[in-house]
Design a protein around this ligand. Structure first.
Ligand SMILES: [Fe+2]
Ligand SMILES: [Fe+2]
Length: 167
């Protein structure tokens, strides 16, 4: 591979990494929807699953905004986040309640990865004067931040029934 010297190439790489990660997170979120016991959590995850499908669409538009064709770049971090979820399940053999509790952390890890990646891509696009691209990415970022905030705000309430049973 020749040396990468252009910010535009870096931005394309970041968008491609996000495209790959979002596709992986569709599968990961489907697993979390199946594993959720609390109906409100299940509904919120289903909502975010639909949002995630929208993020993939918007990433296509972000590529278009910079005059490029959408191309995914393998994202080892996204693969690792999914693997961590799957290996917990096979190695620890958690009860349904413990798996749901673990998923609060899996979900939050995924959202924070996405938040970091979108903030980076937005900073690059903004610095380059690619305002349309930055605005599209911001819409995705806003939904990731809302999901992270839901998980952070509701974790204790979601965990309390299990904690109370075991007190
Ligand atoms: Fe997303
Ligand atoms: Fe997300």
């Amino acid at each position: 591979m020749p040396e990468m010297t252009e910010l535009k190439e870096l931005l394309k790489h970041e968008l491609g990494d996000l495209l790959y990660a979002e596709r992986r997170f569709v599968t990961a979120t489907k697993a979390m929807v199946r594993e959720a016991q609390n109906p409100e959590l299940k509904a919120r995850l289903e909502q975010h699953l639909r949002e995630t499908e929208g993020h993939i669409e918007r990433l296509g538009q972000a590529f278009e905004a910079i005059g490029e064709k959408a191309k995914a770049e393998k994202c080892p971090a996204a693969i690792g986040l999914k693997e961590e979820h799957d290996s917990f399940k096979t190695e620890e053999k958690p009860s349904k309640q413990i798996m749901e509790a673990f998923d609060l952390g899996s979900g939050l890890r995924v959202e924070h990865y996405e938040i970091a990646a979108y903030r980076t891509a937005i900073a690059i696009a903004t610095a380059m004067g690619e305002e349309e691209c930055a605005a599209i990415l911001q819409e995705n970022l806003d939904e990731e931040m809302e999901m992270a905030s839901y998980l952070e705000t509701n974790a204790v309430e979601l965990l309390r029934p299990l904690a109370a049973q075991q007190a």
